[in-house]
Each structure stands twice: as structure tokens, then as C-alpha cells.
Design a protein around this ligand. Structure first.
Ligand code: ARG
Length: 587
């Protein structure tokens, strides 16, 4: 079913068409001035230029036709020719009744579903996930949920950072410490031990040490480069050792993403496209897109009208090593071969914008992207209370597990303070605390426009009042409890009646769900959904405070109000699900 603004836009469009004007002028939106009207259409202003008539005169004719339709309680003209519209309660009530009957809550499924690749998460082997990866994971997951809900084929890929110099650094660092290990025996081609010589903790400690050694000692850097090249050239011992890094890291990452409730369809890495690189470079060289520049092989991607300089994309350094951009380009080749996507979204820190600009331009020039549109979905940084990029108290990177553990702990304390989940069995209470902690962290992230930086303040995120995840969970849980109580006394949701004064605002809010979904999609912005969830929850809370559903004597009114409550619950749960937030049964 189409959204309410869509239905109204079509009705107003017909009135424009009857005047010999384009029906698109009927585009109708929620009013900027809810005190004056529910909806507004500004099309008469544009129409005036086309028709060479004063906008108010056109607005008057359109308004006349709309008044005659019987759908509106009020049609008026404001200012230079804005058409203000207020529905009859019957029309609003029947739209909401139809929404309640719709599985998709008024959001049309895509007529021609798209294949969408979502590249997000992007953690690196041997390095703990940092808060940038956390943001990528939370925002990317919400977008994958959104595209799935729209009916698209969404394919998520973590694009693990498992290739390149960091791997060579680790290999040569281990070689320095344990030259006796079989992986370093040059003459041998295995077999090698099944168990890893390093644990995750080892890797996480080794990497910074190895990186520092390479910074300080050119000899060590040379070794690391040589190890990288040998790994990329499939030297068996190095491949076997590297495989252990991957396995050890992937196990930990799977646990982290599991805790976060984020799933990927593909857990591919940069290394997976290694063998696609030589033919790709061959092609780029053959079509003369790749050029030698001071020994390196590059693709120039600058354009005459660039406002800032866009340097060439480096495919291969003079020592033959491939780069971050090379694997990204080869990954495009891989994705186009496997899925022929319509759209590829890269949810990655805004500071990598130039990198993606270079990669996308090179891919387009070389015709590697097929029919796919490519977009970098950037985001800002998460800062600490001091306004600087978030660190632990000790100044290190906060590990995801620790962060989520801290959130669940604070959630426990808040539940106690608020007297919630008080007498529940311990497992259920812990489960509620887990959900509340995660909701606090996710909602705080998603409720900001993604490009803004924000301050990580667990205390504030965890409040049960205001724009927080816990507030929204609690709002949904309260409706569940209302419906249970009603059911216990024999009252069930029934037919939705036209609204009275207390219901009108809530109905209008609920009718906006499809618009919120549409703008979240258009802007690639889960914050649109977060805003919607908050205003819907507030509208419910006002409605709930001004009626007495459980003691309502008129059974038809009671049944209608219960149905409206149930619809609010479904809408909230659906919106929270799109944000990756779970709602407990009770709390
Ligand atoms: N591993 C990268 C990093 O930590 C992020 C990868 C993003 N995705 C991509 N296709 N480049 O910065």
C-alpha cells in the first residue's frame, strides 16, 4: 500500500492535472506548521511559472477541487499559495486501519528489487577492533536491514584487512623471535602444524612492536616488505603461518560481531582477491589506463574540474607490492563477477573519502564496476568526554568486548535504580541488561546524523528518559504489558475507529513511518529512523496519558485504542529492528 503522503500527493496531483498542469506538482508533505494544518503542498508556486498565472489563483482552483472530494476537513491557502490540508477523521482513521492490516506497515516493497552490496565492518587481522569499526558495523548493519526490508537482495561483506604490509611485519617479527619454527624453513613446503604458534593476545601485542621496529629500523622494514612479497607470491611456510593469523583473528571477530548482533553474508578479505590482481593489472595496462610513474604503476584519476587535487591511484609500488586501493579495485571485479550488483555501498570512516574517490574513478574509467553505482557512506568520529577520539582510561584502544561489557554492567545498575526487572530470574535479568546496554550504544550512534562526530557518554546513553535506546525499549515494553493486561481482563484489539482528539496526533505520527523509511534510504541515514522512533514513542506516551484504556467503558472505543496501541508497538519494534535493537518481552 502507498504511504499517506503519496496518496494525498496523487489526489492533489489530479487536481493540478485537471488544470492542465503536471501531476507531479501535487507532491504533498507533512506540514511545517502543524498548528495550521496536517499536510501541505507547495506546487502552486512552481505551477505559477509554467502557467503564467498568479500562484494563489492556481492554488484556489486546486483547493476547490480538493474541497469537493470529501477527503479533507479543511483546505486553505496560506502565504503566496501554499495549499494547507487537513484530513477528515474518517479518512485518517481508515488509512490507519488499512496500515494495521498491512504486513509492511504501509511501506511498499520494491517493484524491481536491487542487488546491493554493503561493505562494512572492515576490521583488520591482528589488530583489535576500534571504535571506528564499531561505528561502521552499527551503521552498516542498520543499512543492510533497511535494504532487506525494502525487498532488495542485500549482500554484506566484512572486507577483512588481512593482506599487505602488516602481515609481512608480523611474519618477520615472529621470525626474529622464533627462527626455529618450521614456517621459516626455506627448503620445506610443509606440512605445517595445525595449531597456531600465536594466540590472539600474542598477535595484538606483536603487531605494535613489529610496526615500531619497522619505523625505527630501515632494515626491519625491508625484511617486512620482503616477507609481504613472499606471502603474496604464495611461499608455503608464510601462507601456513598467515592462515593461523586469519583463523585466530576470525574466531575473535566472529565472537565480537555475534555479541553486537551483526551478521555478514560474506566474510571475505583482501587476500581473497589476490589472484584477480595480475589479470586486472594486465587489463589496465593493455587499455593504457595504468601508467608507470617513477617506477610505480598508477592510474591517473584527476579531472580538470576537481576542486581539490585527486592524486593517481597507486596499483603497484616500485618494489611490486600492491596497495589498499589495488585490493579494493580487484574486490570490485570479484563482486561484479559474482553478483553483478546495482549498488555498492562502502560504510567506512569519512577520513578515507579520498581513497574511495580514487578507487571509484579508476573502476569507472576501466569499466570494472558493470552497472553498479558506488557510494562511500562516510561517518564522523566517536569522541571521548574530552572531545578527542575515544580511548580507554589507560589511553589505549577500547576493545569491543570491554565496551559492550561495560554497557551491560551500567544497564544492570540503571535497571536497579529504576526498579525495573527487579524480581526476575537472574538469567532473564542479565538478558534484559544485555539488550538495554546494546540498545544504549547502538541508538546513541545511530541517532546522530552519521557524518557528525559525537561524544561517547555511556551515562547519558543509558537513561530511561529522553532520546535513548533504553527509553524506546521501555516504551515498547510498556505497550506489551498494556496489551497483556487488557487481554487478561478479556479486552482485545478490534476495529480502528476515526480518531478523537487524543488519537489524532498518534495516527498522524504512525502514518509517517513509510516516509521515514524512504528518507533513511535516500540519505543512507539510519538517524531518520531513530528520529521517527522517538517521536512515535512520544506521541504514544501523550496518547496513553490522556486516555484510560483499561477502564474504558465503551468496548468499541477500547478495542480501537488497543488496536492503535498494537499498531504503535509493531511500528516501534519494526523501526528498532531496522536499527538492530532488540526489545525484551518485559522489564
Ligand atoms: N580495514 C580498513 C580499515 O581498518 C577498512 C576497510 C573498509 N572497506 C574497504 N573496502 N576498503 O581502515
Amino acid at each position: 500500500m502507498p504511504s499517506l503522503t503519496r496518496v494525498l500527493g496523487e489526489a492533489v496531483g489530479q487536481a493540478f492535472a485537471a488544470e492542465g498542469l503536471p501531476a507531479e506538482l501535487g507532491r504533498t508533505q507533512v506540514s511545517d506548521r502543524p498548528d495550521l494544518s496536517q499536510f501541505q503542498c507547495n506546487g502552486a508556486l512552481a505551477a505559477a511559472k509554467l502557467a503564467r498565472k498568479p500562484p494563489r489563483a492556481i492554488a484556489e482552483s486546486v483547493a476547490g477541487a480538493l474541497r469537493a472530494s470529501g477527503t479533507f476537513a479543511d483546505v486553505s491557502i496560506a502565504g503566496p499559495g501554499f495549499i494547507n490540508l487537513t484530513l477528515t477523521d474518517a479518512a485518517l482513521g481508515s488509512h490507519i486501519a488499512a496500515t494495521a492490516d498491512d504486513d509492511r506497515l504501509g511501506v511498499p516493497a520494491r517493484a524491481e528489487p536491487l542487488t546491493v552490496i554493503l561493505d562494512f565492518g572492515g576490521p583488520n587481522v591482528a589488530k583489535p577492533m576500534h571504535v571506528g569499526h564499531l561505528r561502521a558495523s552499527i551503521i552498516g548493519d542498520s543499512l543492510q536491514r533497511l535494504f532487506r526490508f525494502l525487498g532488495d537482495r542485500a549482500i554484506s561483506d566484512v572486507h577483512l584487512g588481512d593482506w599487505g604490509l602488516p602481515m609481512g611485519m608480523l611474519i618477520s617479527e615472529i621470525r626474529h623471535r622464533r627462527p626455529d619454527l618450521p614456517y621459516f624453513d626455506e627448503g620445506s613446503s610443509g606440512p605445517y602444524p595445525d595449531t597456531s604458534p600465536v594466540t590472539l593476545e600474542d598477535l595484538e601485542q606483536l603487531y605494535p612492536v613489529a610496526a615500531a621496529a619497522c619505523r625505527e629500523d630501515p632494515e626491519r622494514l625491508k625484511e617486512a616488505r620482503a616477507a609481504t612479497a613472499a606471502l603474496q607470491a604464495h611461499r608455503p611456510g608464510y601462507r601456513a603461518l598467515w592462515r593461523h593469523f586469519i583463523d585466530v583473528s576470525t574466531a575473535a571477530l566472529n565472537r565480537d560481531f555475534g555479541t553486537l548482533g551483526v551478521r555478514f553474508d560474506l566474510f571475505k578479505g583482501e587476500a581473497d582477491v589476490n589472484d584477480l590482481i595480475p589479470p586486472m593489472i594486465g587489463h589496465l595496462t593493455a587499455v593504457a589506463l595504468a601508467q608507470r610513474d617513477q617506477g610505480a604503476l598508477v592510474v591517473p584519476v584527476g579531472e580538470a574540474d576537481d576542486k581539490h587535487e585527486v592524486p593517481p591511484l597507486i596499483l603497484e609500488k616500485s618494489d611490486g607490492a600492491v596497495m589498499y586501493g589495488t585490493t579494493d579495485l580487484a574486490t570490485i571485479v570479484d563482486r561484479v563477477q559474482s553478483f553483478d550488483p546495482d549498488l555498492m555501498l562502502y560504510v567506512v570512516d569519512q577520513r578515507q573519502h579520498l581513497h574511495f574517490e580514487q578507487v571509484f574513478r579508476a573502476a569507472r574509467k576501466a569499466g570494472l564496476a558493470g552497472k553498479a553505482e558506488m557510494e562511500h557512506i562516510g561517518f564522523g568520529t566517536m569522541n571521548g568526554l574530552d572531545g578527542r577520539p575515544f580511548k580507554t582510561r589507560a589511553g589505549g584502544v577500547m576493545k569491543l568486548q570491554d565496551l559492550i561489557g561495560a554497557a551491560a554492567e551500567q544497564a544492570e545498575a540503571r535497571l536497579t535504580e529504576a526498579g525495573l526487572a527487579a524480581d526476575y530470574p537472574p538469567e532473564e535479568r542479565a538478558e534484559v541488561a544485555r539488550m538495554v546496554g546494546l540498545a544504549a550504544v547502538k541508538f546513541a550512534d545511530l541517532s546522530n546524523w552519521r557524518m557528525s562526530n559525537y561524544i561517547f557518554d555511556l551515562d547519558r546513553f543509558m537513561r530511561f528518559e529522553g532520546r535513548t535506546g533504553p527509553y524506546l525499549q521501555y516504551a515498547a515494553v510498556r505497550i506489551k504489558s498494556l496489551l497483556r493486561k487488557a487481554s487478561d481482563q478479556g479486552a482485545e484489539p478490534g476495529e480502528i475507529l476515526p480518531p478523537t482528539d487524543v488519537e489524532r496526533h498518534l495516527m498522524l505520527e504512525l502514518s509517517r513511518f513509510p516516509d521515514a523509511v524512504a528518507s533513511a534510504e535516500a540519505k543512507r541515514a539510519p538517524s531518520e529512523l531513530a528520529d521517527f522512533a522517538y517521536s512515535a514513542a512520544q506521541a504514544f506516551s501523550r496518547f496513553y496519558a490522556s486516555c484510560h484504556i483499561l477502564s474504558e467503558a465503551d468496548r468499541a472505543v477500547q478495542a480501537s485504542q488497543l488496536a492503535l496501541s498494537a499498531l504503535t508497538l509493531r511500528t516501534l519494534e519494526r523501526t528498532l529492528d531496522l536499527l538492530g535493537i532488540e526489545v525484551p518481552e518485559r522489564m
